[in-house]
Ligand binder design. Structure first.
Ligand code: PLP
Length: 393
């Protein structure tokens, strides 16, 4: 090195080598590619998910660490981390569907996914039938010879209906089609859909998994190596795979996921229960309340009921807007699953593209407010909600 000129030495930096110890936390491998001593190992690593690391779009050690961690938590054999939740969903749909294929999807469905399915219908003739999330008979009746995929969500947005995963997955299994479950709202702490018969689990890692409202990320977890290979090959060609820094932030969040979920759920129980008894509230929608249509199913599938709920302020739109203007601690913002409590008005934001009839069918009213409950002290949150509700009449 000492014989080289400064220009060359500045480019070829010394590389740290393990010297009898190793880092406690997973390092960020912020590199786009990897150096080889052996050209044969380089050649072998190309186009393989389990070969040597070659190029960051195909694989990266920080990203691999996240994939292995989440595959382990979900009970899958492998995972593909992506640049967003939609990156994971689209990688799965585009890798597995052909023009003319038929998909059975649950209604309600996350808007981004429904939008993508509509696009696949318009451009590639993929046909989609929607069935209720907990109606295996309806799913069975919708089957066609061309059906390739059943698409479910563990807990739906924003009314928090819970899918009958065992019942719905059994229909798909009998028919020999692939079941994909979006497990974003439950996280693997509350539900592991592969245990109930799902083939692929997708997440917006933007939400609970990273948990600190500072990452956009996604991940797809696979029950079989064959499905993993197909989706990995497509996602890498599509360029949907995750960046090491986002993967590192997600890994860091993952370490506290069980602790955070515990607090999200207990805070939600307190808020939902108290709101249900408040005179300015017309209805509360959370599967942990016996009044929710999914209560019994949720109690069978999950140890707790999640950190998102919705409620209808008595007095409709004007009262809902008054509440949203008055809250101080809860932040009026998109997204969910972070440490901060966030609220939004589905009818004018997340579900603005849904028709009035669609909103009514989903039970989303003019005064419905969705809450993603954070990990603050429950009493501070309640004080904030109570003062804000005091001004809605
Ligand atoms: C249930 C669900 N799935 C998928 C997504 C898409 O995730 P991302 O925004 O990370 O692409 C979201 C985003 O809100 C979501 O709520």
């Amino acid at each position: 090195m000492s014989s080289l000129r400064p220009e060359t030495r500045a480019v070829h930096l010394p590389q740290p080598e393990p010297n009898g110890s190793r880092p406690i936390s997973v390092p960020i491998y912020q590199t786009s590619g990897f150096v080889f001593d052996d050209p044969a190992v380089f050649a072998d690593g190309m186009g393989r998910h389990d070969g040597a690391y070659v190029y960051g779009r195909l694989s990266n050690p920080t990203v691999r660490s996240l994939e292995e961690a989440v595959a382990g938590l979900e009970g899958g054999v492998a995972a593909v981390a992506t640049g967003s939740g939609m990156g994971a969903i689209n990688s799965v749909l585009l890798a597995l569907l052909q023009p003319g294929d038929h998909v059975i999807a649950q209604a309600p469905l996350y808007g981004g996914t429904a939008h993508m399915l509509a696009d696949l219908t318009a451009r590639f003739g993929v046909e989609v039938d929607y069935v209720p999330e907990a109606d295996p008979a309806a799913a069975r009746a919708a089957l066609r010879p061309s059906t390739k995929l059943l698409y479910l969500e563990t807990i739906a947005n924003p009314m928090t209906q819970v899918a009958d995963l065992p019942g719905m997955c059994a229909v798909a299994r009998e028919a020999g089609i692939v079941t994909v479950v979006d497990n974003t709202f439950a996280s693997p702490v509350l539900c592991r859909p592969i245990e109930h018969g799902a083939d692929i689990v997708v997440h917006s890692a933007t939400k609970y998994m990273s948990g600190h409202t500072d990452v956009i990320g996604g991940i797809a977890v696979f029950a079989s190596a064959e499905l993993h290979r197909r989706v990995w090959a497509y996602a890498t060609d599509l360029g949907a795979t995750a960046d090491p820094f986002a993967a590192w932030l997600t890994l860091r969040g993952l370490q506290t996921l069980p602790l955070r979920m515990e607090r999200h759920c207990s805070n939600t129980r307190q808020l939902a229960t108290r709101l249900a008894g408040h005179p300015a509230v017309a209805a509360v929608h959370w599967p942990g309340l016996p009044s929710h249509p999914s209560y019994e199913l949720a109690a069978k599938l999950m140890p707790d009921f999640g950190g998102v709920f919705s409620f209808d302020v008595a007095g409709g739109r004007a009262a809902g807007e008054a509440f949203m203007r008055r809250v101080r601690l809860a932040l009026l913002a998109p997204s969910l699953g972070g440490v901060e409590t966030l609220i939004l008005h589905p009818a004018t934001t997340s579900h603005r593209s849904v028709s009035a009839a669609g909103l009514a069918a989903a039970g989303i009213g003019e005064g419905t407010i969705r809450v993603s409950v954070g990990i603050e002290h429950a009493e501070d949150l309640w004080a904030d909600f109570e003062q804000a509700l005091g001004h809605t009449a």
